[in-house]
Structures are given as structure tokens and as C-alpha cells.
Design a protein around this ligand. Structure first.
Ligand code: S3P
Length: 181
């Protein structure tokens, strides 16, 4: 069976897995646009993610996130970085629109903690009590759902550039229609 032509690349995974940094590199290499779900929500509302959680609550944030994702998943020639919660909703990664290649950037809780050190307060879900314990709890619930992505790339020991290179290698192999120049 011939695969659908590639229209978009979607990165899913936990906070701190590198979706934004890796996504930017992949987009640059493909000559495509890069869009981050959280950035779109911030642009729309004029408020930061922690502010939205504080003033509107998590449920309203999730509604905004769903609406942004539904729109972006119709666009072509884009690399999309989802928020960590979006791809953790059962059923989403198995019902993606045709032409979408989805990559799970896998990460462990201790590594999330190391990567979050430079950005205190940026992630409201990890500001509740013991952050390492909370990250481990969420990962345990979410990993079985993230795992439904077609591709898994372990980011644990890898630099952002190496993760991007691995993704590009898969894309060029699976989609000869995109030119590797
Ligand atoms: C969240 C992840 C965050 C952001 C919000 C909630 C989550 O995005 O959407 O803080 O539920 O995992 P990143 O994964 O880009 O940090």
C-alpha cells in the first residue's frame, strides 16, 4: 500500500521531552513552518499558560488546546509541537488525519526534572507538591497513550540535534516524495 503523502509532522510526549526545540530543527530542515500548540494559545489569549491555568482553570485550557489542535491538524507543510497533555488523551493518536506522521519523544521523570530546572513556574502541572513524584505519576498514566504514536524516539541520552536527525532519517526513508537536499 502506498502511504499517504506527508502533509504534517506531529510531535507528542511529556513536558521537557524536547518537542519544541526538536520541532524547530525538523521544520527548518524541511523548509516547513513550525507551530507550537501552547504558543498558539498564548497568541490567541494574550496570556501565558500558567496565567490561563490560574484564571480560567485546566478544563478551559484543554478546550482551547483541542480547538487549536483541530485547526492545525488540517494544515499542510507544518511541523507541530503539541502540549504534553494533548497527546495523552486516549484515542487521539490513533485517529490522526491522513498525511500526519506522529513521533513520541520519550523521556523519564528524572530527566524531565533536570530539563525543567531553568524554567521555574512555566509548567503549572509540576508546581503542585513534589514535582518529581507528580511527573512520575503522570508519565505512568500517559506513556501507554503516547506509545500509540507510530514512531517512538528515545530522547533520554540524546541531544536535540540527534533527536531531530533521527526523525528526519525516518521521514526521508518513509516519504521519498520529500526531497533530502
Ligand atoms: C502540559 C504541558 C505543557 C502545557 C501545559 C500542560 C501537560 O506543554 O501545555 O502546561 O499537561 O503536560 P509542554 O509539554 O510543551 O511543556
Amino acid at each position: 500500500m502506498t502511504p499517504d503523502p506527508l502533509d504534517r509532522v506531529l510531535l507528542v510526549g511529556f513536558m521537557g521531552s524536547g518537542k519544541t526545540s526538536v520541532g524547530r530543527l525538523v521544520a527548518e530542515r524541511l523548509g516547513w513552518r513550525f507551530v507550537d500548540f501552547d504558543d498558539e494559545i498564548v497568541k490567541q489569549t494574550g496570556a501565558s499558560i500558567p496565567e490561563i491555568f490560574r484564571t480560567e482553570g485546566e478544563q478551559r485550557f484543554r478546550e482551547r488546546e483541542t480547538a487549536v489542535a483541530d485547526r492545525l491538524l488540517t494544515e499542510r507543510g507544518v511541523v507541530l509541537a503539541s502540549g504534553g497533555g494533548w497527546g495523552a488523551v486516549p484515542g487521539r493518536l490513533t485517529a490522526l488525519p491522513p498525511g500526519t506522521e506522529c513521533f513520541w519523544l520519550k523521556v523519564s521523570a528524572p530527566t524531565v526534572m533536570k530539563r525543567a530546572v531553568g524554567e521555574p513556574g512555566a509548567r503549572p502541572l509540576l508546581d503542585r507538591g513534589d514535582a518529581l513524584q507528580e511527573a512520575s505519576r503522570l508519565l505512568e498514566m500517559r506513556d501507554p497513550v503516547y506509545r500509540q504514536a507510530r514512531w517512538t524516539v528515545d530522547t533520554e541520552q540524546s541531544a536535540v540535534e540527534d533527536v531531530a536527525a533521527r526523525i528526519l532519517e525516518i521521514l526521508f526513508r518513509e516519504h521519498p516524495e520529500i526531497v533530502n537536499e
